[in-house]
Write a new protein. Structure first.
Length: 581
């Protein structure tokens, strides 16, 4: 689909040209903010900015733009409302051309980005020998959704799973692995948190074990072959577990995307030396610190980013700087995205500031913190189990599937057990994902099983039901001998058809906006509006019992296009689109 078939883009371009024609090319860029409207198909805002610049009454400005605008082939009606808004009602023929263009477009009207980036996106980042918990949910599914959206927009996306696979805890973990035996560890590693807690308990309660653990850290950092082999064993067992979670959750992270903290070890001395050489880091209380401008503590003193600790070891600051340099200098990323929690804002800002000072983060490369809030329980506190423990991600996903299965059994008892289980997984996991992604990521949200699994309202199941309802129409059509005609002409006559058409034509804008703003909830909101528009269409416009064959074929074509857009939109969120529910 070309931009001329996208109502928002087409109207914006015509109004911008009209502004230039009426008031001079220097004002054309002001154009008009075109948005969807309840009073018309679209509304354009010409009232404030342009009128203030021209020092003329807003309505007078609007009248001049309307007089200069070439909208005859686009609009049925153009009205000036309020202080200078333009209410625009599109011609049915224009909508029909746009729908036919989308229907024949593999991308369903999603435009390619004007400037394509090499996007390096850091997300998920669990820790070796620790089970993933609800705290990993948001980073993992937000990152996955953004990666999918950006790829569709034509960007090259490089996923980076920055797992925690290095540091002092590995001394105690390796010693505990030796104590239980490598063969016995296979079973105990199935409960990673238990394995970690057992190692920690021995470290805290057994001085001899603690001494062995500290000695093991020294061997690990020195590159001792036996110790590295044991460490690698822990990493491999953990990665196997991570992969099973990602598969269950339906996200696109693979082992090839893993680049943990250990990958940067060899670079850390060089990072420290380069920062010292450039005068960006100096010794402070025995530690090598960088002091990026603009960061101070509560007393107003410069806040340090520790590059090398007093004992000569390196912490997160050095590792994150090494990762930043690798992503720009080796991967040649032009847009770096860090999908990490909001509490990491200051640390990440300091890392990026030092990276910019060092010249590692320079145009065209830029970096963005894709921050997100917390998952809360019904008490508005951090989501925990009834026993007060952190909710394991596998337990949460399993419960989602079980609850969805129970709902399916309640509505339609019996049937193929395997098929029902597969459908329950699609519904349950989809419900969890949509509930998370539908919220503005920067905000906290309350985890509510009943609300997220509801078949009505802003939920994943509601969207899935809309898609399945369309396929039920197709099945009934086939049973009645009605053949869906490829490329059937679409005709817009009824108000519900018009509303559905407008939503379908907005898909490209919704996807592009989600990628540009890095806010998946914009796409979630669009899909809900589309499903709602289809429901209204379904309830008021008979498809199979349409008054004539041409109307029936047109409405079937609208149904097919809606199903395709819903399925593609849900897939961008990592959510399945079942054909039966």
């Amino acid at each position: 689909m070309t931009a001329e078939h996208d109502p928002r883009t087409a109207l914006g371009a015509r109004l911008q040209a009209a502004v230039g024609k009426a008031f001079g090319a220097e004002h054309a860029a002001a154009g008009a903010a075109v948005r969807r409207s309840e009073r018309a198909d679209f509304q354009a805002d010409l009232a404030m900015g342009l009128a203030k610049t021209l020092k003329r009454p807003p309505r007078q400005v609007a009248e001049a733009v309307v007089a200069a605008a070439d909208l005859a082939d686009l609009c049925e009606r153009v009205e000036i409302a309020g202080p200078g808004f333009l209410n625009l009602e599109l011609k049915a023929a224009f909508l029909e051309r746009g729908l036919q263009a989308i229907a024949g477009d593999e991308r369903l009207g999603v435009p390619l980005a004007a400037v394509k980036d090499r996007v390096v996106i850091d997300y998920s980042a669990p820790n070796v020998a620790k089970e993933m918990h609800v705290g990993h949910l948001r980073s993992t599914i937000i990152g996955d959704a953004l990666a999918r959206v950006l790829e569709l927009a034509g960007h090259e996306v490089i996923r980076q799973n920055h797992i925690g696979d290095w540091g002092t805890p590995f001394g105690m973990l390796i010693e505990h692995l030796l104590d239980v035996g490598e063969s016995g560890a296979q079973a105990s590693m199935g409960e990673l948190s238990d394995f970690y807690r057992a190692a920690r308990a021995k470290f805290d309660g057994d001085p001899t074990f603690a001494d062995r653990a500290r000695e093991r850290v020294v061997l690990l950092q020195a590159g001792d072959a036996r110790t590295l082999a044991l460490w690698q064993k822990l990493v491999e067992l953990s990665q196997r577990y991570f992969s099973s979670v990602y598969e269950h959750l339906g996200v696109g992270l693979r082992n090839a995307d893993v680049r943990g903290e250990s990958a940067y070890n060899a670079m850390l001395p060089e990072i420290a030396a380069e920062l010292e050489r450039k005068g960006l880091a100096s010794i402070n209380d025995g530690a090598l610190c960088a002091f990026p401008p603009g960061f101070t503590n509560r007393d107003g003193e410069p806040l340090p980013l520790i590059v090398r600790k007093q004992d000569g070891g390196y912490g997160y600051g050095a590792t994150d700087l090494a990762a930043l340099r690798y992503r720009t200098q080796t991967l040649h990323g032009t847009r770096l995205l860090y999908v990490v929690g909001a509490p990491q804002a200051q640390h990440l800002a300091m890392v990026l500031a030092v990276g910019a000072q060092a010249g590692w983060l320079a145009p065209p490369a830029r970096a963005e913190h894709v921050a997100f809030g917390n998952v809360l329980g019904a008490d508005k506190k951090m989501f925990k189990t009834r026993a007060g423990e952190t909710v394991r991600l596998t337990d949460l996903l399993d419960e989602a599937v079980e609850r969805a299965a129970a709902e399916l059994e309640k509505r339609s008892p019996g049937g193929d057990v395997a098929a029902r289980r597969a459908l329950a997984a699609e519904i349950g996991i989809g419900a969890v994902k949509y509930a998370d992604l539908a919220n503005d990521r920067i905000k906290d949200y309350v985890f509510d099983w009943d609300r997220m699994l509801a078949a009505e309202g802003r939920t994943g199941p509601y969207l899935q039901y809309a898609h399945a309802r369309i396929w039920s129409i197709f099945r009934k059509a086939a049973e009645g001998g009605v053949v869906r005609k490829q490329g059937a002409a679409i005709r817009i006559a009824e108000p519900a058809e018009r509303r559905l058409a407008l939503e379908l034509l907005d898909f490209g804008s919704a996807v592009l906006e989600a990628g540009e703003t890095l806010r998946p909830h914009r796409l979630c909101g669009y899909l809900y509006d589309l499903a709602t528009a289809f429901t209204a269409f379904f309830e008021t416009c008979s498809v199979l019992k349409a008054p004539d064959e041409a109307t029936r074929d047109s409405r079937l074509a609208l149904c097919e296009l809606t199903a395709r857009v819903l399925a593609r939109g849900l897939s961008l969120l990592g959510i399945a689109a079942p054909e039966r529910m």
